[in-house]
Design a binder for this molecule. Structure first.
Ligand SMILES: Cc1cc2nc3c(=O)[nH]c(=O)nc-3n(C[C@H](O)[C@H](O)[C@H](O)COP(=O)(O)OP(=O)(O)OC[C@H]3O[C@@H](n4cnc5c(N)ncnc54)[C@H](O)[C@@H]3O)c2cc1C
Length: 365
């Protein structure tokens, strides 16, 4: 049995720790719960097939990420963790005209050959049917319903994953870890056979000590939670209008509207008037019926990115027992559980069925 220490308990670290514990290893996960943890703020969508992004390496990870979810969630359920925040409610992608609907339909249908988990694709060409799914957006007559789409609440998923890891024997320390030749937690040295660093937007803090190039930047994301006066009669799908905004309705009447994409080098984990107003004004451009909803909460998180906007992971060149993984960006909830299983396999020295060199870390010359 090897001793593994994972630093960072966002979705990536939590999933890595869970998979290592499931394999019977001694696992300690350390997290200092920075305000602005991306996973904690994220309420999101798992529908990567709708994206027009063409990067094959990115698509490989997100497709596997979406495919892996049902297995992962079943495992959490079997361990008694039933509040996972994941629900395959379907996705409704809205369109202004029939041409863009047909283009999306053709594109996603093609992807379905290799990704049957996309499920049923149903083009919709009347406003009433869209209204039946979600009556608060009025400006659309065309939509594509994708039955395999899902919503996931990052906070609930992280909590369930950590709880499952603990049931399998992992230890969680809610403390700060530092590194200078050795690993210290709250000033005390902590030994390991393999160290896995999944520290999200804070990934550059150890760059010098680990001898790797600063490779992580971040975007601040604000996300608004509204609440209707009554719960919804049925669970609506995730709604994706054209553009980057999305709506995640929950049957209790809350609607989570995401999100801002603010490039910054600062770590200010607070909502701003400008952020909230830009989310709401964009939201109301799709229909005004949500204007009376209460503003319940605004969450803020920092999405971690690498220079090529791809997740980056591997052993650092200076040590064959330190794995570094980061840059999950805007699709980290989709990828996180699967990539955690990949890191766990790498950490155990097991072979993988794809070439991990495609996601190599940037390093000093
Ligand atoms: C508002 C918002 C909406 C999003 N929507 C979606 C979506 O719809 N679909 C999707 O797929 N993805 C979405 N994402 C992206 C996704 O949430 C992130 O990519 C993912 O959560 C990143 O996870 P992580 O584990 O890498 O980092 P994080 O969740 O940020 O976790 C890193 C952790 O490391 C800890 N840490 C750092 N340094 C130390 C240290 N020295 N010692 C101890 N602990 C340390 C931090 O405190 C933190 O808890 C969204 C993100 C946000 C913010």
């Amino acid at each position: 049995m090897s001793k593994y220490v994972v630093i960072g308990a966002g979705i990536l670290g939590a999933s890595t720790a869970y998979h290592l514990a499931k394999s019977g290893h001694e696992v300690t996960i350390v997290d200092r719960f920075d305000e602005g943890q991306a996973t904690d703020a994220a309420a999101g969508i798992v529908s990567p097939w709708l994206s027009q992004r063409r990067n094959k390496d990115w698509y490989y990870l997100v497709q596997n990420g979406a495919r892996y979810y049902p297995t992962f969630i079943n495992e959490l359920h079997e361990l008694g963790e039933s509040t996972t925040g994941y629900d395959q409610v379907g996705t409704l992608a809205l369109h202004k005209d029939e041409r863009s609907l047909t283009k999306m339909y053709d594109r996603v249908l093609k992807k379905k050959e290799l990704a049957p988990e996309i499920g049923e694709l149903t083009p919709i060409t009347n406003a009433e049917e869209i209204h039946n799914y979600f009556p608060y957006l009025s400006n659309y007559e065309y939509a594509l319903h994708v039955s395999g789409g899902a919503k996931v609440d990052g906070r609930a998923l992280r909590n369930a994953t950590l709880a499952a890891a603990k049931k399998l024997g992992a230890t969680c320390l809610f403390k700060e870890a530092t590194f200078s030749d050795k690993l210290y937690v709250d000033g005390e040295e902590l030994g390991y056979d393999t160290l896995i660093v999944t520290t999200g937007a804070w990934g550059n803090e150890w760059a010098d000590a680990l001898g790797i190039q600063p490779l992580v930047t971040h975007q601040k994301a604000q996300i608004v939670h509204l609440k209707a006066a009554e719960p919804f009669k049925q669970q609506p799908p995730v709604i994706m209008p054209p553009g980057t905004q999305y709506f995640v309705p929950n049957s209790d009447g809350t609607v989570v509207i995401g999100s801002t994409h603010e490039d910054t080098s600062e770590f200010h984990p607070y909502p701003t008037a400008h952020g909230v107003s830009s989310i709401l004004s964009q939201a109301f451009s799709h229909g005004e019926a949500m204007k009376p909803f209460a503003v319940q909460e605004v969450r803020v998180g920092f999405r971690p990115f690498t220079a090529n906007f791809l997740p980056s992971f591997g052993y650092i060149p200076q040590a064959d027992n330190i794995l570094f993984a980061n840059g999950l960006g805007a699709s980290g909830l989709t990828v996180g559980p699967y990539l955690g299983s990949v890191l766990s396999e790498m950490a155990q020295g097991n072979e993988l069925d794809f070439d991990v060199n495609r996601y190599q870390l940037a390093v000093h010359d």
